[in-house]
Design a protein around this ligand. Structure first.
Ligand code: PGA
Length: 242
């Protein structure tokens, strides 16, 4: 049987609210004390986190970090873990023991990957993977053509990704890390529910390719086409080529 993503198109103003409602409903539908969840960083989820901060009674969950720069100091404000902490995890009062995060400054990448694998080994597959979409089709730091088929690995970042990330911090691309830790597509494929957030005109072409091209390593996000439960929340600008 072929699965098809369920697409919800919304105007920009309601984007965050709809995403929050979908996420909370999914959390409530999972028969587990604390569902296992990964969440994205980036500009797209900002209104989603805003709406979650306003929402009441969000069920507790265990957070697994989706991706992180490799090689930044542990107090660098650009860390994705710091961004998520500011935007959503601290506002939700999530205790440290419910957060599984990468250590960007770990001296040994392989040891850090092994540490993360150990932390998640008895947690089972992700219950919910909330994801953003790069303009190049990346999901987390799974970059076009180059992504590895591992559950967790260190990925070289494309210039396009480094440029997009430098814009978050208004710093030159050369000041951005060249590598990042990421959950890999095999692990993300096991998620029971995936929610892809896509916003803005710059994502219109890649969203169309994500949905219409046969699964290809050139567009990593195409893996979502045939997942068992995928909800895509898209604003009108990003949906303009569908
Ligand atoms: P953005 O990033 O939300 O800032 O566009 C998405 C991504 O690169 O995954």
């Amino acid at each position: 049987m072929t699965n098809k993503p369920f697409i919800i198109t919304t105007n920009e103003d309601n984007f965050g609210q709809i995403a929050a409602e979908v996420f909370i409903e999914l959390l409530q539908s999972i028969n587990k004390q604390k569902p296992f969840v990964t969440l994205p960083t980036g500009d797209t989820p900002v209104p989603f986190y805003h709406a979650l901060r306003e929402a009441k009674n969000i069920p507790a969950f265990i957070y697994l970090q989706l991706d992180e720069y490799a090689g930044l100091d542990r107090d660098d404000p650009r860390l994705f873990s710091a961004w998520l902490d500011r935007d959503i995890l601290s506002p939700l009062d999530m205790p440290p023991q419910d957060r599984i995060t990468f250590q960007s400054d770990a001296p040994d990448h392989q040891a850090e990957i092994a540490r993360m694998q150990k932390l998640i080994q008895d947690k089972g597959p992700l219950d919910i993977a909330v994801l953003g979409l790069g303009t190049n089709g990346h999901i987390a730091f799974n970059e076009p053509n180059g992504f590895a088929d591992d559950d967790i690995y260190v990925a070289p970042l494309t210039d396009e990704t480094r440029r997009a990330n430098a814009a978050y911090w208004q710093c030159p691309i050369n000041n951005m890390p060249t590598h990042g830790y990421t959950l890999g597509i095999p692990l993300l494929k096991q998620a029971k529910h995936s929610v892809l957030l896509v916003k803005g005109q710059s994502k219109a072409t890649i969203l169309k390719r994500t949905l219409n091209e046969t699964e290809t390593r050139e567009v990593p996000s195409t893996y979502l086409q045939d997942q068992q439960s995928v909800t895509i929340i898209v604003d009108e600008a990003a949906a303009s080529q569908l």
